[in-house]
Ligand binder design. Structure first.
Ligand code: HGY
Ligand code: MN
Ligand code: MN
Length: 411
Protein backbone atom coordinates (compact mmCIF):
# COMPACT_ATOMS: atom_id res chain seq x y z
CA UNK A 1 0.00 0.00 0.00
CA UNK A 2 1.32 3.43 -0.88
CA UNK A 3 0.69 6.00 1.81
CA UNK A 4 0.10 9.64 0.88
CA UNK A 5 0.55 12.92 2.72
CA UNK A 6 -2.27 15.45 3.16
CA UNK A 7 -1.46 17.94 0.40
CA UNK A 8 -4.12 20.44 1.49
CA UNK A 9 -2.80 20.55 5.05
CA UNK A 10 0.76 21.06 3.77
CA UNK A 11 -0.29 23.82 1.38
CA UNK A 12 -2.27 25.57 4.15
CA UNK A 13 0.82 25.43 6.38
CA UNK A 14 3.01 26.96 3.66
CA UNK A 15 0.53 29.83 3.29
CA UNK A 16 0.31 30.29 7.07
CA UNK A 17 4.11 30.46 7.38
CA UNK A 18 4.18 32.98 4.52
CA UNK A 19 2.07 35.30 6.71
CA UNK A 20 5.15 35.77 8.91
CA UNK A 21 7.62 38.32 7.55
CA UNK A 22 5.61 38.95 4.35
CA UNK A 23 7.04 41.36 1.73
CA UNK A 24 5.40 42.81 -1.40
CA UNK A 25 5.09 40.41 -4.30
CA UNK A 26 4.12 37.42 -2.15
CA UNK A 27 7.63 37.05 -0.78
CA UNK A 28 9.09 36.48 2.66
CA UNK A 29 11.75 38.20 4.73
CA UNK A 30 12.73 36.31 7.88
CA UNK A 31 16.43 37.05 8.29
CA UNK A 32 18.34 34.66 10.53
CA UNK A 33 17.49 35.07 14.24
CA UNK A 34 15.40 38.16 13.54
CA UNK A 35 12.05 38.56 15.29
CA UNK A 36 10.38 37.31 12.10
CA UNK A 37 12.59 34.21 11.99
CA UNK A 38 11.79 33.56 15.64
CA UNK A 39 8.07 34.02 15.00
CA UNK A 40 8.20 31.50 12.17
CA UNK A 41 10.01 29.05 14.44
CA UNK A 42 7.44 29.63 17.20
CA UNK A 43 4.62 28.79 14.76
CA UNK A 44 6.37 25.53 13.84
CA UNK A 45 6.98 24.75 17.53
CA UNK A 46 3.24 25.19 18.18
CA UNK A 47 2.34 22.81 15.33
CA UNK A 48 4.81 20.21 16.54
CA UNK A 49 3.82 20.56 20.19
CA UNK A 50 0.18 19.93 19.22
CA UNK A 51 1.27 16.50 17.88
CA UNK A 52 3.64 15.68 20.71
CA UNK A 53 6.82 15.82 18.67
CA UNK A 54 9.43 16.47 21.38
CA UNK A 55 11.69 19.48 20.78
CA UNK A 56 15.43 19.70 21.40
CA UNK A 57 17.62 22.70 20.56
CA UNK A 58 21.39 22.96 20.32
CA UNK A 59 23.88 25.75 21.06
CA UNK A 60 23.50 27.37 17.63
CA UNK A 61 19.71 27.29 17.79
CA UNK A 62 19.11 24.30 15.52
CA UNK A 63 15.72 22.72 16.27
CA UNK A 64 15.09 18.94 16.38
CA UNK A 65 11.51 17.63 16.66
CA UNK A 66 11.26 13.88 17.26
CA UNK A 67 8.53 11.40 16.43
CA UNK A 68 9.66 8.48 18.57
CA UNK A 69 10.26 5.11 16.92
CA UNK A 70 9.86 1.70 18.53
CA UNK A 71 13.60 1.17 19.04
CA UNK A 72 15.00 4.15 20.97
CA UNK A 73 18.53 2.91 20.27
CA UNK A 74 18.11 2.76 16.51
CA UNK A 75 19.74 5.54 14.48
CA UNK A 76 17.05 8.11 13.63
CA UNK A 77 16.04 9.20 10.15
CA UNK A 78 16.52 12.97 9.78
CA UNK A 79 14.41 15.19 7.54
CA UNK A 80 14.40 18.99 7.39
CA UNK A 81 15.74 22.22 5.95
CA UNK A 82 15.66 25.89 7.04
CA UNK A 83 13.12 28.64 7.83
CA UNK A 84 15.35 31.68 7.48
CA UNK A 85 15.08 33.57 4.19
CA UNK A 86 16.91 36.04 2.00
CA UNK A 87 15.95 39.73 2.44
CA UNK A 88 13.84 39.51 -0.72
CA UNK A 89 13.14 35.81 -0.41
CA UNK A 90 10.31 33.57 -1.46
CA UNK A 91 7.76 31.43 0.39
CA UNK A 92 9.25 28.03 -0.52
CA UNK A 93 13.07 28.12 -0.20
CA UNK A 94 13.81 26.02 2.88
CA UNK A 95 10.27 26.30 4.21
CA UNK A 96 9.06 23.55 1.89
CA UNK A 97 11.58 21.08 3.31
CA UNK A 98 10.68 21.92 6.89
CA UNK A 99 6.90 21.81 6.44
CA UNK A 100 7.01 18.73 4.21
CA UNK A 101 9.06 17.09 6.98
CA UNK A 102 6.37 18.07 9.49
CA UNK A 103 3.72 16.71 7.10
CA UNK A 104 5.56 13.37 6.97
CA UNK A 105 5.64 13.15 10.78
CA UNK A 106 1.94 14.04 10.98
CA UNK A 107 1.02 11.53 8.29
CA UNK A 108 2.86 8.78 10.16
CA UNK A 109 0.95 9.80 13.30
CA UNK A 110 -2.41 9.99 11.46
CA UNK A 111 -1.83 6.49 10.05
CA UNK A 112 -0.76 5.23 13.47
CA UNK A 113 2.36 3.80 11.86
CA UNK A 114 4.96 2.77 14.42
CA UNK A 115 8.35 3.14 12.77
CA UNK A 116 11.35 1.13 13.98
CA UNK A 117 13.52 4.24 13.88
CA UNK A 118 12.63 7.64 15.28
CA UNK A 119 12.13 10.34 12.67
CA UNK A 120 13.56 13.77 13.54
CA UNK A 121 12.51 17.01 11.84
CA UNK A 122 15.55 19.35 11.76
CA UNK A 123 15.44 23.14 11.35
CA UNK A 124 18.93 24.49 10.73
CA UNK A 125 19.89 27.99 11.87
CA UNK A 126 21.13 30.46 9.24
CA UNK A 127 21.15 28.42 6.07
CA UNK A 128 21.07 31.55 3.91
CA UNK A 129 24.21 33.29 5.14
CA UNK A 130 22.69 36.66 4.26
CA UNK A 131 22.60 38.41 7.66
CA UNK A 132 25.47 36.38 9.16
CA UNK A 133 28.20 34.63 7.20
CA UNK A 134 28.93 31.91 6.29
CA UNK A 135 25.82 30.23 4.95
CA UNK A 136 24.69 26.81 6.17
CA UNK A 137 25.96 27.85 9.60
CA UNK A 138 23.75 25.77 11.93
CA UNK A 139 24.18 22.55 9.99
CA UNK A 140 27.90 23.26 9.74
CA UNK A 141 28.16 23.43 13.54
CA UNK A 142 25.95 20.35 14.03
CA UNK A 143 28.18 18.37 11.65
CA UNK A 144 31.40 19.52 13.33
CA UNK A 145 32.49 21.42 10.21
CA UNK A 146 32.19 24.99 11.53
CA UNK A 147 33.58 25.82 15.01
CA UNK A 148 30.81 26.93 17.37
CA UNK A 149 32.76 29.81 18.94
CA UNK A 150 33.65 31.20 15.48
CA UNK A 151 30.04 31.32 14.30
CA UNK A 152 28.73 32.64 17.62
CA UNK A 153 31.07 35.60 17.11
CA UNK A 154 29.85 36.28 13.55
CA UNK A 155 28.19 39.70 13.38
CA UNK A 156 25.78 41.41 11.01
CA UNK A 157 26.17 44.81 9.31
CA UNK A 158 25.05 46.50 12.57
CA UNK A 159 27.60 44.61 14.68
CA UNK A 160 25.00 42.37 16.31
CA UNK A 161 26.50 38.90 16.94
CA UNK A 162 24.88 35.51 16.48
CA UNK A 163 25.52 34.89 20.18
CA UNK A 164 23.64 38.10 21.11
CA UNK A 165 20.60 37.07 19.08
CA UNK A 166 20.54 33.55 20.50
CA UNK A 167 20.57 34.96 24.03
CA UNK A 168 17.91 37.54 23.13
CA UNK A 169 15.61 34.78 21.93
CA UNK A 170 16.30 32.62 24.98
CA UNK A 171 18.38 29.87 23.38
CA UNK A 172 20.79 28.28 25.78
CA UNK A 173 23.54 25.72 25.29
CA UNK A 174 21.52 22.54 25.48
CA UNK A 175 23.34 19.27 24.74
CA UNK A 176 22.92 18.67 21.03
CA UNK A 177 21.91 15.38 19.41
CA UNK A 178 24.88 13.93 17.49
CA UNK A 179 23.69 14.08 13.90
CA UNK A 180 26.59 11.79 13.00
CA UNK A 181 24.68 8.94 14.62
CA UNK A 182 21.71 9.31 12.27
CA UNK A 183 20.70 6.63 9.77
CA UNK A 184 20.35 9.21 6.98
CA UNK A 185 19.33 12.78 6.16
CA UNK A 186 16.66 13.59 3.55
CA UNK A 187 15.93 17.14 2.36
CA UNK A 188 13.12 18.24 0.05
CA UNK A 189 13.75 21.62 -1.62
CA UNK A 190 12.64 23.64 -4.64
CA UNK A 191 15.22 23.37 -7.41
CA UNK A 192 15.81 27.13 -7.58
CA UNK A 193 16.77 26.76 -11.21
CA UNK A 194 15.08 26.00 -14.58
CA UNK A 195 16.10 22.39 -15.30
CA UNK A 196 13.04 20.47 -14.04
CA UNK A 197 10.61 22.94 -15.57
CA UNK A 198 12.48 22.90 -18.91
CA UNK A 199 12.61 19.09 -19.01
CA UNK A 200 9.01 18.73 -17.85
CA UNK A 201 10.01 16.55 -14.89
CA UNK A 202 8.47 16.78 -11.41
CA UNK A 203 11.09 15.19 -9.16
CA UNK A 204 14.78 16.03 -9.12
CA UNK A 205 16.92 13.15 -7.86
CA UNK A 206 19.78 15.22 -6.52
CA UNK A 207 23.03 13.26 -6.76
CA UNK A 208 25.27 16.01 -5.37
CA UNK A 209 26.03 19.71 -5.14
CA UNK A 210 28.50 22.07 -6.71
CA UNK A 211 31.43 23.59 -4.86
CA UNK A 212 31.16 27.15 -3.53
CA UNK A 213 33.76 29.78 -2.62
CA UNK A 214 32.89 33.17 -1.06
CA UNK A 215 35.30 36.13 -1.06
CA UNK A 216 35.32 39.59 0.50
CA UNK A 217 37.41 42.08 -1.50
CA UNK A 218 38.35 45.60 -0.34
CA UNK A 219 39.79 48.35 -2.57
CA UNK A 220 41.52 51.16 -0.63
CA UNK A 221 41.97 54.63 -2.17
CA UNK A 222 41.62 58.07 -0.59
CA UNK A 223 38.47 60.07 0.04
CA UNK A 224 38.58 63.51 -1.53
CA UNK A 225 36.28 66.22 -2.80
CA UNK A 226 34.48 65.45 -6.08
CA UNK A 227 35.09 68.96 -7.41
CA UNK A 228 38.52 70.55 -7.10
CA UNK A 229 40.82 67.51 -7.51
CA UNK A 230 41.82 66.66 -11.15
CA UNK A 231 41.14 63.03 -12.15
CA UNK A 232 44.87 62.22 -12.54
CA UNK A 233 45.59 63.28 -8.97
CA UNK A 234 42.95 61.15 -7.31
CA UNK A 235 43.35 57.80 -5.53
CA UNK A 236 39.95 56.70 -6.77
CA UNK A 237 39.28 52.91 -6.42
CA UNK A 238 36.31 52.97 -8.86
CA UNK A 239 38.41 52.35 -12.03
CA UNK A 240 39.92 49.30 -10.32
CA UNK A 241 36.41 48.16 -9.34
CA UNK A 242 35.50 48.22 -13.02
CA UNK A 243 38.50 45.99 -13.83
CA UNK A 244 37.61 43.67 -10.93
CA UNK A 245 34.07 43.26 -12.26
CA UNK A 246 35.48 42.38 -15.70
CA UNK A 247 37.91 39.89 -14.11
CA UNK A 248 35.21 38.08 -12.08
CA UNK A 249 32.84 37.83 -15.05
CA UNK A 250 35.65 36.60 -17.32
CA UNK A 251 36.26 33.82 -14.77
CA UNK A 252 32.52 33.06 -14.57
CA UNK A 253 32.34 32.95 -18.36
CA UNK A 254 35.13 30.38 -18.73
CA UNK A 255 32.77 27.44 -19.15
CA UNK A 256 28.98 26.94 -19.17
CA UNK A 257 29.05 25.19 -15.79
CA UNK A 258 30.95 27.97 -14.00
CA UNK A 259 29.02 30.53 -11.93
CA UNK A 260 30.16 33.90 -10.57
CA UNK A 261 28.15 36.46 -8.65
CA UNK A 262 29.06 39.90 -7.33
CA UNK A 263 26.25 40.22 -4.80
CA UNK A 264 27.43 43.22 -2.80
CA UNK A 265 29.31 46.43 -3.74
CA UNK A 266 29.55 49.09 -1.05
CA UNK A 267 31.37 52.43 -1.47
CA UNK A 268 32.50 54.39 1.59
CA UNK A 269 31.47 56.94 2.61
CA UNK A 270 28.84 56.53 -0.11
CA UNK A 271 28.25 60.23 -0.65
CA UNK A 272 27.49 61.61 -4.10
CA UNK A 273 30.22 64.27 -3.95
CA UNK A 274 33.02 62.32 -2.25
CA UNK A 275 35.52 60.13 -4.13
CA UNK A 276 35.22 56.79 -2.29
CA UNK A 277 38.07 56.01 0.07
CA UNK A 278 37.12 52.35 0.23
CA UNK A 279 35.04 49.91 -1.81
CA UNK A 280 33.96 46.52 -0.46
CA UNK A 281 32.62 43.83 -2.77
CA UNK A 282 31.73 40.16 -2.44
CA UNK A 283 32.34 37.37 -4.93
CA UNK A 284 30.57 33.98 -5.03
CA UNK A 285 32.25 31.39 -7.32
CA UNK A 286 30.71 27.95 -8.01
CA UNK A 287 31.43 24.90 -10.13
CA UNK A 288 30.32 21.23 -10.03
CA UNK A 289 33.95 20.11 -10.51
CA UNK A 290 36.30 20.82 -7.58
CA UNK A 291 39.39 21.05 -9.80
CA UNK A 292 37.64 23.64 -11.97
CA UNK A 293 36.59 25.58 -8.87
CA UNK A 294 40.23 25.55 -7.76
CA UNK A 295 41.23 26.87 -11.19
CA UNK A 296 38.66 29.67 -10.86
CA UNK A 297 40.13 30.50 -7.46
CA UNK A 298 43.66 30.59 -8.88
CA UNK A 299 42.51 32.80 -11.77
CA UNK A 300 40.91 35.23 -9.31
CA UNK A 301 44.03 35.39 -7.12
CA UNK A 302 46.30 35.85 -10.16
CA UNK A 303 44.02 38.51 -11.64
CA UNK A 304 43.91 40.43 -8.36
CA UNK A 305 47.71 40.40 -8.15
CA UNK A 306 48.00 41.72 -11.72
CA UNK A 307 45.40 44.44 -11.15
CA UNK A 308 47.02 45.49 -7.86
CA UNK A 309 50.36 45.99 -9.60
CA UNK A 310 48.77 47.93 -12.47
CA UNK A 311 47.01 50.24 -9.95
CA UNK A 312 49.83 50.91 -7.44
CA UNK A 313 48.05 53.81 -5.71
CA UNK A 314 45.09 51.61 -4.75
CA UNK A 315 45.23 48.91 -2.08
CA UNK A 316 43.58 45.58 -2.97
CA UNK A 317 42.75 43.06 -0.22
CA UNK A 318 41.15 39.65 -1.04
CA UNK A 319 39.86 37.33 1.69
CA UNK A 320 38.48 33.82 1.07
CA UNK A 321 35.61 33.77 3.57
CA UNK A 322 34.08 30.34 2.94
CA UNK A 323 34.71 27.19 0.90
CA UNK A 324 32.10 24.47 0.57
CA UNK A 325 33.63 21.65 -1.52
CA UNK A 326 31.77 19.74 -4.25
CA UNK A 327 29.56 17.15 -2.54
CA UNK A 328 28.27 13.72 -3.66
CA UNK A 329 25.04 12.37 -2.14
CA UNK A 330 24.41 8.73 -1.26
CA UNK A 331 23.74 6.60 -4.39
CA UNK A 332 21.55 4.08 -2.54
CA UNK A 333 19.33 6.89 -1.20
CA UNK A 334 19.20 8.43 -4.68
CA UNK A 335 18.04 5.04 -5.96
CA UNK A 336 15.25 5.01 -3.33
CA UNK A 337 14.13 8.47 -4.50
CA UNK A 338 14.15 7.30 -8.12
CA UNK A 339 12.20 4.12 -7.28
CA UNK A 340 9.67 6.02 -5.15
CA UNK A 341 8.96 8.46 -7.96
CA UNK A 342 8.70 5.61 -10.46
CA UNK A 343 6.25 3.69 -8.24
CA UNK A 344 4.07 6.80 -8.06
CA UNK A 345 4.33 7.35 -11.81
CA UNK A 346 6.08 10.69 -11.30
CA UNK A 347 8.69 11.76 -13.90
CA UNK A 348 12.11 12.15 -12.29
CA UNK A 349 15.46 13.55 -13.42
CA UNK A 350 18.95 13.09 -11.95
CA UNK A 351 20.69 16.39 -11.31
CA UNK A 352 23.33 18.27 -9.31
CA UNK A 353 22.31 21.13 -7.06
CA UNK A 354 23.49 24.59 -8.10
CA UNK A 355 22.41 26.09 -4.79
CA UNK A 356 24.07 25.30 -1.49
CA UNK A 357 22.03 23.45 1.13
CA UNK A 358 22.37 22.15 4.67
CA UNK A 359 22.43 18.69 3.10
CA UNK A 360 25.92 19.52 1.83
CA UNK A 361 27.22 19.44 5.40
CA UNK A 362 25.08 16.47 6.46
CA UNK A 363 26.45 14.47 3.50
CA UNK A 364 29.90 14.61 5.09
CA UNK A 365 28.60 12.87 8.24
CA UNK A 366 25.70 10.56 7.24
CA UNK A 367 24.15 9.10 4.05
CA UNK A 368 22.25 12.03 2.54
CA UNK A 369 20.10 12.81 -0.48
CA UNK A 370 17.97 15.71 -1.68
CA UNK A 371 14.69 15.71 -3.56
CA UNK A 372 13.88 18.69 -5.80
CA UNK A 373 10.59 19.94 -7.18
CA UNK A 374 10.29 22.59 -9.92
CA UNK A 375 9.92 26.29 -9.20
CA UNK A 376 8.20 28.53 -11.73
CA UNK A 377 10.57 30.05 -14.31
CA UNK A 378 13.44 28.66 -12.22
CA UNK A 379 13.22 31.81 -10.09
CA UNK A 380 14.22 31.81 -6.40
CA UNK A 381 15.72 34.23 -3.87
CA UNK A 382 12.98 36.47 -5.21
CA UNK A 383 9.41 37.22 -3.99
CA UNK A 384 8.19 35.70 -7.27
CA UNK A 385 9.42 32.24 -6.16
CA UNK A 386 6.59 29.72 -6.62
CA UNK A 387 6.00 25.97 -6.57
CA UNK A 388 2.58 24.49 -7.41
CA UNK A 389 0.46 22.58 -4.86
CA UNK A 390 0.73 19.52 -7.10
CA UNK A 391 4.54 19.63 -7.20
CA UNK A 392 4.71 20.34 -3.44
CA UNK A 393 2.52 17.29 -2.73
CA UNK A 394 4.49 15.10 -5.14
CA UNK A 395 7.76 16.03 -3.46
CA UNK A 396 6.36 15.41 0.01
CA UNK A 397 4.96 12.03 -1.05
CA UNK A 398 8.34 10.95 -2.38
CA UNK A 399 9.90 12.15 0.89
CA UNK A 400 7.33 10.10 2.85
CA UNK A 401 8.09 7.04 0.76
CA UNK A 402 11.85 7.25 1.34
CA UNK A 403 11.34 7.91 5.07
CA UNK A 404 9.19 4.78 5.31
CA UNK A 405 11.80 2.73 3.45
CA UNK A 406 14.47 3.77 5.94
CA UNK A 407 12.50 4.10 9.17
CA UNK A 408 10.36 0.97 9.11
CA UNK A 409 13.26 -1.41 9.49
CA UNK A 410 16.60 -1.57 11.21
CA UNK A 411 18.04 -3.23 8.14
O1 HGY B 1 24.07 30.22 -1.22
C1 HGY B 1 23.26 29.30 -1.43
O2 HGY B 1 23.33 28.62 -2.44
C2 HGY B 1 22.17 29.01 -0.42
O3 HGY B 1 20.99 29.62 -0.87
N1 HGY B 1 22.51 29.46 0.88
MN1 MN C 1 17.43 26.91 0.76
MN1 MN D 1 18.29 30.14 -0.28
Amino acid sequence: MQHRIDGERLWARLLAMAQIGPIPGDGSCRLTLSDEDEAGRALLVSWCAARGFALRRDAIGNLFFRRQGRDADASPVLVGSHLDTQPTGGRFDGVLGVLAGLEVLETLADLGLETERSVDLCVWTNEEGSRFQPAMMGSGVACGILPLEQVLAASDADGVRVADELVRHGYDREPAPDVGLADCYLELHIEQGPILENTGKTIGVVTGGQGIRWYEIALHGEETHAGPVPMALRKDPVPLLARMIDLVHAIGGRDPQARCTIGQVRTHPGSINVVPGRIEMTVDLRHPDEAELDAMHDALMRGCRDLASSHPSIGLDVQLRWHSPVVRFDPSLAKLVRQSAERMGIAAHDMVSGAGHDAFHLARRVPTVMIFVPCRDGVSHNPREYASPEHVAAGANVLLSVVLERAMSRG
